[in-house]
Design a protein around this ligand. Structure first.
Ligand code: HEM
Length: 402
């Protein structure tokens, strides 16, 4: 791992995900500043495992401010409609039933089927991306494989995968910019986001309504939503798209960070080459040590007490999942990278009512992707020199460029 001096630490928590090594900073916050107010930026920060858990499980903490359920910068349009319907970003009463359907549908998919599909799609991508695997095509593979597995489970035809990835990228950039200000939500970015969201709505609705096209995941979501009493068709379509939105950058990033973990540890790489079953604990240790979702955020529904502090309605809390994973109260010797840990704990998939329903799914797809890339001779030794991190206030996404 690279080491940084204290002087080079990120200036604040939103600068950390794209920093070369934010972990000394995160570890220090988890140990020394478990829950504090950043007066300069006007937000609270939860950093210890106890504080992060307290925020994520508190009914006082909402995923969006009640005064602005959809960010103002998105304004009216399809991106606002999509944003406002996702279970990830709402806390209204109907959400509970919808979340149950989203979770049940995903869990009804056999992981053996997911593994077969992922291997098949990986082999197809080899011919689509060309014979040589360099840094840039490794990045393209990281982004393409996982989201295309989800897309195929929904029923998208292969011919629309490229379009769908473009639309997801446009929507995601607009939503992140509108929600966090990183990057700046320019009118052009927002317009592209609306167009992408509309195109995704049109495509997924058409598949949902076609018995011959619907894939197993979309079929299960329609069924589970009906059973749970969710009869709003747009909610169902939005949350089908939501599976792709949630998994897209996250799984790509975890593949990249796992490759980096191997590139930085030649002895571990040799062990994994000799025994691929070690990939499972390797990915799990990367989830703990170099996670994707560095942070999420919450807003106070009303005045109240969190982690022993009095907060006011509307105040924002940045919830540092990546710091909590480095809290010695969660894992002994948290800075030691050890794939043989026996009681590994992490908060990377969240906690409480918004917990990620796809932890096993995501880790499986990532494991198969890394296995495939290793077999294909991914140029591990060239990754570090081609590495940069995507601009983001919350997600840590390694990008390898030629
Ligand atoms: C490495 C991959 C992934 C990571 C690290 C991850 C992490 C997370 C986290 C931290 C949350 C909770 C956010 C919060 O409470 O503010 C979340 C929510 C969610 N994730 Fe994942 N996720 C991953 C992959 C996926 C995939 C592949 C899917 C779908 C196929 C998915 C579906 C969801 C959904 C639907 C939610 C919203 C749950 C709710 O708000 O009730 N995730 N994820």
């Amino acid at each position: 791992m690279q080491t940084m001096t204290l002087a080079a630490e990120p200036q604040h928590v939103r600068a950390a995900p794209s920093h070369p090594d934010p972990y000394p900073y995160y570890g220090r916050l988890a140990r020394e500043r478990p829950f504090f107010r950043d007066e300069t930026n006007g937000w609270w920060v939860a950093a210890s495992a106890a504080a992060v858990t307290a925020v994520l499980t508190s009914e006082l903490c909402l995923t969006r401010p009640s005064s602005e359920p959809v960010p103002e910068a998105l304004r009216d349009g399809a991106a606002a409609e999509l944003f406002g319907r996702l279970v990830r970003l709402r806390d209204d009463e109907a959400r509970g039933r919808l979340k149950a359907a989203v979770t049940a549908a995903l869990r009804s998919i056999d992981l053996g089927q997911v593994a077969d599909l992922t291997r098949r799609r990986a082999a197809e991508l080899d011919s689509e991306l060309g014979p040589t695997l360099d840094a840039a095509s490794t990045t393209r593979f990281m982004f393409a494989l996982p989201v295309q597995v989800v897309a195929q489970l929904l029923g998208l035809p292969h011919t629309r995968f490229g379009d769908a990835m473009g639309w997801l990228g446009d929507y995601g950039a607009a939503a992140a910019a509108a929600g966090t200000g990183i990057p700046t939500p320019t009118p052009e970015l927002v317009t592209r986001g609306h167009r992408g969201a509309q195109a995704l709505f049109d495509l997924v609705r058409a598949i949902k309504d076609d018995d011959t096209a619907r894939g197993p995941l979309l079929g299960a979501l329609v069924r589970e939503a009906r059973l749970a009493g969710c009869d709003d068709e747009k909610d169902v379509v939005a949350n089908a798209i939501g599976y792709m939105i949630q998994g897209y950058a996250a799984m790509a990033s975890l593949i990249g960070s796992t490759l980096l973990a191997l590139a930085r540890r030649p002895a571990l790489r040799a062990e994994v080459d000799a025994d691929r079953t070690l990939l499972r604990p390797l990915v799990q240790e990367v989830v703990r040590c170099d996670p994707v979702t560095n942070s999420t955020f919450r807003f106070m529904a009303r005045d109240g007490e969190i982690a022993g502090h009095r907060l006011r309605q509307g105040e924002m809390i940045i919830v540092l999942l990546a710091a909590a994973n480095r809290d010695p109260a969660l894992n002994p010797e948290p800075d030691r990278f050890d794939i043989a840990r026996t009681d590994r704990k992490y908060l990377e998939f969240g906690a409480g009512s918004h917990v990620c329903p796809a932890d096993r799914f995501a880790v499986l797809v990532v494991e198969i992707a890394v296995d495939h890339l290793l077999t294909r001779g991914v140029p591990l030794e060239r990754l570090e020199s081609s590495l940069s991190y995507a601009a983001s206030g919350h997600v840590r996404t390694p990008l390898f460029k030629a």
